[in-house]
Design a protein around this ligand. Structure first.
Ligand code: ATP
Ligand code: MG
Length: 425
């Protein structure tokens, strides 16, 4: 019978890959906890309306990328394409926002029906950070500092650039939108199809166009920074001053916009030239209007999300991965019913005494030869060998598996754990 395959763009993350994922996730968790952030978990599926209302009807995500389906009650549900909307929904619903400060993070799979390629999947994973209740640019700066520290911890700082822009408040954007539409309307014939359509529906997204002709037109287009009102300008200057003060370099990119409608004021991206076309590993910004837009009380908010797959690719590309992962430190080989039972007992004793070591028991029989093969493959530095003869003498053999660790020795079972912890770990 034909095998059933996974869905295109939805990858398995194999046991050879998970150690790197766990390493990355542990580093992120560590940094977040050092800045006082708490984890929040929310469902993978939400009412479709949540994403339509927050991300925006005329965005790539909502127009063509969402996994939307009817459940058995004919409710329209959607696999979350991102975490911010769900996070806001969860916080508001559970009363975490009103008159409170929140610094939160989450991680998990996100779903977008895009064309799968390197660094672009249909089920991908993000670690997202969202903060609520803080109006000034200090928290924008904190989020950037936190990510900068993470890149340093991971050893990838040199390969990342911070791109920064302010897209102003709603009024500034409305003024700018008009100026951009006026300008681009003069070049209707030269615009790509998507951009033509967006000229009416969502002109700011045109700034994000990858079409070379459209890009050329944009070079002379009006720039958003000239349309910022004083409050927006002040916020942005405040952020830049803070980044300057702590020595975080950034590149001002007046054409940086985000693909989600809820952003205002600060937007930023960390980009790299090491991953080809999919160069953004982390992106975010301020979204002071979203909580209210979703039915809550007005609440200032700012956050970002990073793409785990892209960061993993970066660690691999830059070869800054942690030391090779081994399955075992101690591998227990046994032969015969009594020895198999003794192996279980000794395994438990070793795990009691040496909590930092990985102890793997052969399980499932096999010749000594095949068991030693498994022991070698596991990466263990020693094998404990329990044969019928040794057992009868009340002994086990301890066999070093790596060069320079000396010869095999016979050790009394009563001394075994002690001997191993003293001589090998
Ligand atoms: P892009 O411009 O690359 O499409 P985006 O603006 O759609 O990204 P966001 O919605 O801001 O991305 O998501 C934040 C991060 O999540 C991105 O910077 C990227 O690292 C990651 N990401 C987004 N979409 C995908 C995907 N389809 N596959 C893998 N990672 C993704
Ligand atoms: Mg996208």
């Amino acid at each position: 019978m034909a095998r059933i395959q996974s869905i295109r763009g939805m990858n398995d993350i194999l046991p050879t890959e998970t150690p790197l994922w766990q390493y990355l996730e542990a580093r992120v968790r560590d940094v977040l906890s050092r800045y006082g952030y708490s984890e929040i978990r929310f469902p993978i599926v939400e009412h479709t309306e949540l994403f339509k209302r927050s991300i925006g009807e005329v965005t790539d995500i909502v127009e063509k990328e969402m996994y939307t389906f009817e459940d058995r009650n004919s409710d329209s549900l959607t696999l979350r394409p991102e975490g911010t909307a769900s996070c806001v929904r969860a916080c508001d619903q559970n009363g975490l926002l009103h008159n409170q400060i929140q610094r939160l993070w989450y991680t998990g799979p996100m779903f977008r029906h895009e064309r799968p390629q390197k660094g672009r999947l249909r089920q991908f994973h993000q670690i997202g950070v969202e903060t609520f209740g803080m109006l000034g640019p200090d928290i924008d700066a904190e989020l950037i500092l936190l990510t900068a520290r993470l890149w340093r911890d991971l050893g990838i700082s040199d390969a990342l650039t911070l791109e920064l822009n302010s897209i102003g408040n709603a009024e500034s954007r409305a003024n700018y939108r008009q100026a951009l539409v006026n300008y681009l309307s003069g070049f209707m014939d030269e615009l790509d199809e998507d951009s033509k359509r967006r000229l009416n529906s969502n002109p700011l997204r045109i700034l994000d166009s990858k079409d070379p002709k459209t890009r050329a037109l944009l070079a002379d287009a009006p720039v958003l920074s000239d349309y910022l009102d004083d409050v927006s300008k002040q916020h942005f200057d405040g952020l830049c001053a803070r980044l300057d003060a702590v020595g975080i370099p950034y590149r001002l990119n007046p054409q940086l916009v985000r693909g989600l409608d809820y952003y205002g004021l600060t937007v930023f991206e960390w980009t790299t030239d090491k991953l080809g076309a999919q160069g953004t590993v982390c992106a975010g910004g301020r979204y002071d209007g979203l909580v209210e837009q979703l039915g809550g009380k007005p609440t200032p908010a700012v956050g970002f999300a990073m793409g785990i797959e892209r960061l993993v690719l970066m660690l691999e590309t830059l070869q800054v991965t942690p030391k090779e992962h081994t399955q075992a430190d101690i591998f227990i080989v046994s032969m015969g019913e009594q020895a198999d039972i003794a192996a279980l007992k000794i395994g438990e004793q070793l795990r009691n005494t040496l909590p930092a070591q990985k102890v793997v028991i052969n399980c499932g029989g096999g010749s000594f030869k095949s068991q030693f093969k498994k022991a070698d493959k596991s990466g263990a530095s020693i094998a404990v060998v329990l044969g019928e003869d040794e057992l009868q003498r009340g002994e086990a053999a301890v066999k070093p598996l790596r060069a320079g660790q000396g010869e095999q020795q016979f050790v009394a079972l009563t001394e075994l754990v002690n001997h191993i912890s003293k001589n090998y770990f």
